[in-house]
Design a protein around this ligand. Structure first.
Ligand code: NAP
Length: 317
């Protein structure tokens, strides 16, 4: 039986990945910041709360990582833990950079020194590319991140490639573009729009307050994106992949679509300057052809169909 260790297992991707690996007969160890305040809501929603072994782990403490690696001897580590909000990274730049880089350095060094056969997956992000001159974004598109989050992910990304090229460890970056699901945290755009729209419909909220809607993003569906994480780790040689839908959608169109589905008056959409970020990528979409060809990944979903699923699931709750 293969053993996988997932950091950030309580998050959206961690929970979907844990479910996938359990279905593939892996022994799954999920690491959490603290046993006392672990939110197991996502595990319960997918019915896997009894199947994951949870371990408390401070990723900033390398001795702790070594202890867990020596205890379980994982074949694969999926590093999904991160301060994952771009918006929050503008108000917590130092904390975001420190955690998102030191945690990865500690994992890489622990593997190099104590478990060189363990494979590492690193959750890289489209935010590393930031302001680009040409699209679609490909692996070799020059990076120009414009948020503390993007900078932190870029630093971690290149530590992964450096360990791979310099020490020969099996470490790969999955460069994922925005992906959503019912398990997304409330502070992310799509989840907030749907939840607030339902609240307006139920008359518990007066209006929808949003920041800049004149930006475009490449959105996909999280359960389909975690499949690629596993596929990448089964390759004979480590490699980096872009995972995206291949097209971008204007945030304004998404909000209006949700409002139309719920028969809400668009006058209730209020643009609030105080919610604007200090800097914003205007448009971003990627090229997923490498993942399609090498990983045989078949992604055809329209994001409007995914929005329908998310609205339905949220209403059912
Ligand atoms: P998420 O739902 O925000 O989950 C983040 C996970 O990281 C949670 O389990 C959280 O634990 C953990 N975490 C945060 N800060 C931590 C800390 N200081 N110590 C230990 N654990 C900590 O994120 P996600 O959407 O699943 O994304 C997974 C990974 O992919 C992240 O690295 C993210 O940056 C990256 N990514 C996501 C997207 C996307 O669109 N979703 C796109 C590109 C890359 P708690 O439950 O304790 O908070």
């Amino acid at each position: 039986m293969k053993i996988a260790l997932i950091t950030g297992v309580t998050g959206q991707d961690g929970t979907y990945l844990a479910k996938l690996l359990l279905e593939k007969n892996y022994k799954v160890i999920g690491t959490v910041r603290s046993n006392r305040c672990t939110n197991t809501r996502n595990f319960k929603y997918l019915g896997i709360d009894k199947d994951i072994i949870l371990e408390e782990l401070d990723l900033l403490d390398m001795a702790n990582i070594i202890r867990i690696i020596q205890k379980y001897k994982p074949n694969e580590i999926y590093n999904l833990a991160a301060q994952s909000s771009v918006g929050l990274s503008y108000s917590q730049p130092i904390g975001t950079f420190s955690f998102n880089t030191t945690s990865v350095n500690n994992l890489l060094e622990s593997i190099r020194l104590f478990s060189p056969n363990t494979r590492l997956y690193q959750a890289s992000s489209s935010e590393m590319y930031g302001r680009v001159d040409s699209m679609p974004i490909r692996i070799d598109t020059p990076m120009h991140p414009i948020s503390p989050y993007g900078v932190s992910k870029m630093a971690a990304h290149f530590m992964v490639t450096t360990y791979r090229e310099s020490y020969g460890i099996y470490a790969s970056n999955g460069i994922l573009f925005n992906h959503e699901s019912f398990l997304r945290s409330d502070n992310f755009f799509i989840k907030k729009i749907i939840r607030d729209s339902i609240a307006i419909k139920n008359k518990t909220l007066k209006e929808l307050r949003v920041g800049n809607l004149n930006v475009k993003r490449d959105f996909g569906y999280a359960p389909k994106y975690v499949e690629v994480m596993w596929k990448m780790m089964q390759l004979e040689k480590p490699d980096d992949f872009i995972i995206c839908s291949g097209e971008s959608i204007l945030l304004k169109d998404i909000v209006e679509y949700v409002f139309e589905k719920m028969n809400l008056d668009k006058e209730l959409i209020i643009i609030d300057d105080s919610l604007f970020r200090p800097n914003e990528i205007k448009d971003i979409y990627g090229d997923n052809s490498k993942a399609r060809t090498i990983l045989d990944w078949d992604y055809i979903d329209s994001f409007y169909d995914i929005l329908d699923i998310l609205i339905e699931k949220e209403l059912a709750q």
